[in-house]
Design a protein around this ligand. Structure first.
Ligand SMILES: [Fe+2]
Ligand SMILES: [Fe+2]
Length: 261
C-alpha cells in the first residue's frame, strides 16, 4: 500500500497547488490512497463545503483536520455526510463528524485517525494519548495512519514512540514547516514530525508576511492575509506500508515549488 499524504493546505495557493500537482504526482508515485490535511484550506482557517468538494474532486481520498476544524461553522451542516473527512478524535464533549474513519482500499482496510496535541495549543482538548489508547482497544489491526496535529516536535516524538508498532504511520501536521526527520521507528511505524504545508512558500506559515508582522509585532487590528499572487509549494510524504504486517517499509518527504505557468 502506497500512501501520499499532504501537509496543511493553506488558502487558494494551497488548493491550487494540490489540483495542479496531484495528476503528475499520481503518475510519478502511483499512490493507492491520497490524504491531505485541509484545516486551513478556506481562506487560511477551516474548510467550506465548496472547498471540501474541490479537494475531493482534485483527487484526495481522505481529508484530515486540526485545531481549525470548526473555524467555518458551516462544517456542522455537512461533516456527518462527508465519509472521507476526519476531524480530531480528542475534542472535548459531543461533536459532529468522526475522529477515526475506516476505508476500504482495494479490499484492504485503511484507518485514518486525527488527533490534537495539547502542548502550546490554545484549545485544551482531552489527552490524545488516552483517547488514542481507548481507540486502539476498540479497533482491529489494519493499516492505521495517524495525523497528530500539534505544535511541538517533542509531543509528536513522544506520541510516535509510545505507539510505535501499534500503527503503520504517524505524521505530524500544524506547524506548516516540513521537518527533516522522516524515518521508520524501531518497531515499524513510519514517522515525520511535520509534513509541512501546501501553499505560499514566501510568507509566514502561508500568510502574507507584512500582514502577520503588522498584527503580531505592531498590534494592528488587521487579519492575516493571503497573497493572491503567491507561489505554490507542495509539502508531502510518500509512505509504503506492508499489506500483510501493516508495518511501514519506507517514508520519503516531498518538497517542491510549482513552476509558474
Ligand atoms: Fe494548519
Ligand atoms: Fe493547526
Amino acid at each position: 500500500m502506497r500512501i501520499l499524504f499532504f501537509g496543511d493546505i493553506v488558502g487558494e495557493a494551497g488548493r491550487k497547488a494540490i489540483s495542479l500537482a496531484l495528476p503528475s504526482l499520481k503518475e510519478k508515485y502511483k499512490p493507492d490512497f491520497v490524504i491531505a490535511n485541509a484545516e486551513n484550506a478556506t481562506h487560511g482557517k477551516g474548510l467550506s463545503y465548496a472547498h471540501y468538494n474541490y479537494l475531493i474532486q482534485a483527487g484526495c481520498d481522505c481529508l484530515t483536520l486540526g485545531n481549525h476544524w470548526r473555524s467555518k461553522a458551516s462544517i456542522d451542516d455537512y461533516i456527518d455526510d462527508a465519509s472521507d473527512l476526519v476531524r480530531p478524535l480528542n475534542v472535548k464533549g459531543d461533536a459532529k463528524g468522526k475522529g477515526s474513519v475506516s476505508f476500504d482500499v482495494g479490499g484492504i482496510e485503511v484507518r485514518v485517525t486525527n488527533l490534537l496535541g495539547t502542548m502550546l495549543m490554545r484549545d485544551q482538548e482531552d489527552s490524545p494519548f488516552e483517547r488514542f489508547n481507548d481507540l486502539l482497544g476498540k479497533t482491529k489491526p489494519c493499516i492505521h495512519i495517524v495525523d497528530f496535529h500539534a505544535e511541538t516536535t517533542s509531543e509528536k516524538a513522544m506520541f510516535a514512540h509510545m505507539f510505535d508498532g501499534s500503527v503503520s504511520v504517524i505524521v505530524g501536521t500544524h506547524t506548516h514547516v516540513q521537518t527533516n526527520d522522516a524515518k521508520i521507528l524501531e518497531n515499524g511505524t513510519a514517522f515525520i514530525s511535520d509534513l509541512g504545508m501546501c501553499g505560499d512558500p514566501d510568507g509566514v506559515i502561508g500568510f502574507e508576511k507584512n500582514s502577520v508582522i503588522n498584527h503580531m509585532v505592531f498590534g494592528e487590528k488587521t487579519h492575516f492575509e493571503l497573497n493572491p499572487k503567491a507561489r505554490k509549494m507542495i509539502n508531502a510524504a510518500v509512505i509504503d506500508v506492508d499489506d500483510m504486517t501493516y508495518s511501514a517499509k519506507s517514508i520519503t518527504a516531498i518538497n517542491f515549488i510549482l513552476e509558474d505557468k
